[in-house]
Every structure is written in C-alpha cells, then in structure tokens.
Design a protein around this ligand. Sequence first.
Ligand SMILES: N[C@@H](CCC(=O)N[C@@H](CS)C(=O)NCC(=O)O)C(=O)O
Length: 206
Amino acid sequence: MPDLILHEYSWSGNCYKIRLTASLLGIKLKDRLEYDVLKGETRTPEYLSKVNANGRIPVLQIGEDTFLPESGAACHYLADGTNLLPTDRLQRAQVLQWMFFEQYSFEPYAGTLRFWLAKRDLESLSQEQKESIPEKRKQGDAALAIMNEHLSTRMFFVAEKLTVADVALYAYTHVAPEGGFDLSIFPHVQAWCERIARQPGYVAVN
Ligand SMILES: N[C@@H](CCC(=O)N[C@@H](CS)C(=O)NCC(=O)O)C(=O)O
C-alpha cells in the first residue's frame, strides 16, 4: 500500500471513520494533517486547488499526488480486499446501501446537530438554523429507529460480521448524545455500539 496521509479535522465523525477503519485493519497512516474548519482552513485557494475542490475534509492522500475525498470512498479504499468488505456481490451492495443511508439519512441530521450543539454556541446559529433543529432531530431519530429495528435480529448491519458499513454508521451514532439524541430508547443500537467498541484494533474518536 502506498503512503497514506489523512487530511482531517479530527473531531469530525467523517474523519474518525477513516482512522477507525485503518486501525481495525492494522493499517498505519503516515501522517495526519489537521485543518480547522471553523476558521475556513479547507476553503483556501491552495486547499481547493490541491486537496479537494469541494472544500471539505476528510481527504485521504494516497502516495504523492492522489487525493481521495469523501469518507465512504476512503473507508472503501482501505477495506477493499480485507475482512471488512465481503466478497459476495449482494453483501457488498448491502454494505454500500448502509453507507449511502448513513450519508443521506443520518449524518446530515445527527452530524449537523452534534456540530451545532457541541462545537458551536447556540447563539451563533442563524434563525433558520435554530428553527431547523426540531426537524433535524425528528429525521435523526427516524434513522436511529430504522437502525434499531434492523439490529434487533442481527449483531452487525451486513452478513453477520463487522464490515465497513458498521464503521461508517458507528462514527456519528456513538456520539449522537452530543447532539442531544437519547440512545437509551434504541437499545439494539446501544448494544451494537458496545460491540463495536470491543473489536480488536478499536480506537476512540478522541
Ligand atoms: N460527504 C462528505 C462530508 C464531508 C463534510 O461534510 N466535511 C465537513 C466536516 S464533517 C467539512 O469539511 N466542513 C467544512 C466546510 O464545509 O467548510 C464525507 O463523507 O466526507
């Protein structure tokens, strides 16, 4: 594997997903470069032209010149060919199913509320942002209910074993209480979080 450098804001769950995937697989990152998103450090002309034209972290740098944005893509790159990504065609598609679910139906709600409530001062939010909090909470709870139901008969999301889909979903789920979510009403999700934290190679977000 070429040298890997993670361009990140280490508090972010999207960045943590990549560190957790690497750690579970025993893959060493050569370096981690920190950017303060609150100061716009991923929006500089240099960052936009060299690292990610979309102005966001995380980005996994592979070797000298290859920059791979999007946490799911980076996790998939690391997991390919390992026991975190099944070889069965349907199971691989199901891994993607849950990773896309995470990005579209969960992270925009749980991740955004965590950022607003734990990193920013409530008073610094715009009126529109403040008014959107109840709806974001409703959508986040709806996603957690779907996850809870799925996990009521399973140990992991796909194929009855730990996959990169679990890693992707875990990142923002286990810290959802920082965004005001009550995980005690989703006991299967809580049990799954505890299961993940017991995996060999597990690293905490901080
Ligand atoms: N879909 C992207 C989301 C990346 C993202 O939203 N990154 C946020 C931090 S979690 C960011 O860079 N925000 C800074 C900005 O937009 O300026 C992924 O999964 O990597």
